[in-house]
Design a protein around this ligand. Sequence first.
Ligand SMILES: [Zn+2]
Length: 426
Amino acid sequence: MDLGALALEDVAPPADPLLCRRWVLDWHDAVRGARAWRERQVRLNAARAPDQAFAATLRWARRAVPHYRDLVSTVPLEELRPFQRGDYDRDPARFRAAEMLSRPKKSTGTTGTPLTVFFDDAAWFEANQATFSLLCERVPAPTVVLVTTRADAERYVVPLPLLRGTHRRVSIGRDEDDAVITELRARPPAILHGKPSCLLALARADAARAGEHIRPARILTSGENFFPDDRRTLTEWFGSPVTDAYTSVEGGLIGLECPVGSGLHVPPERMLEVETERDQLRTTGSGRLILTNLTNWATVFLRYRTDDFGTLTHGDCSCGHSGQTISEFYGREVVQFRDGNRFVEVAALTAALDLPDMPEYQFACDGDGYVLRVAVGDTERAELDTEVRAALRPILGAAHLDIVRTPTLTPPGGKAWRFRDYSSNR
Ligand SMILES: [Zn+2]
């Protein structure tokens, strides 16, 4: 597409006069970002020549980013020492190219203190817009709707110039739910996007109102671990195919779910490794994911130790992808608990707790036993405790299990989780 030929009139401005005021600015901003992103892609040519793409990014980093300044220009990726969140927090400016025009993006900080990363135009466009073009290239002028439960979330509508569509954010759980749901039912989005917990909140709000369901053409989830039962709930309620993505403020789009179910495919501008043991980095296998992001040249993450765990493979997929794939993604979730000298697999617990009308839950080990916290639901059945204990007994044996009820597990805007290990056995 010739981005230079796009005109403001190509996409209808939003009806809301307040949002309309920003429209012209937003449009020029989006087109500038699209151009910068295309130029960066062409310059990197990462799919064809990953080593040169890394070398080009490192050359830039050596010149403009203090942390990389002392490295020799030819250092291969394998010889670069990984750094981590603590290094970044101590001095974020060390990782930033101060001369690059950029804007800050803050993580929500729901799993710790918020992290601020500066994005250049190319990275900003990729993170906020380009992903959608991978999912709905053939839909004319699609709307993408991002759903959040954050109480302080600002409403916005921005143009998507690659798609000639719009991207807007709506909040759920506030007093405007009726209006949001009426609007989404009347004009179903091409992509309904959000964290799984936010989309589940929207599904519950939709279910609480009479009439037709919201029917998006497609659902995009990111920002939380996506469990099979939650996927089933969303697919069944909204009647749409679901694509999951692995994103972070440091890495932008790191993985996008394969259409034939091979895992999360890693785009060529990301290079992942796994740390199987401390400082033992491999290109395939299971362990902590080490991120190299070639797209963002404003805050530069080359060999960054993430807090996410997974299994990495490399090769061709029948969907057409060639390169890296996260075949199993665990994120920050525990994969197994150690109970004495045996292991309790989380996959077995997840399957056992997939009971009819099972409320949202969190399961933790504190060293003395296990705690299952369940959200108090309107639909809860009296026999739930008995059923849960019966389902878990074959897995947990005689281990102590507390079942605790709580009004909310995930605060508005928070990050949902399921399995945590607070014991000293980890
Ligand atoms: Zn694939």
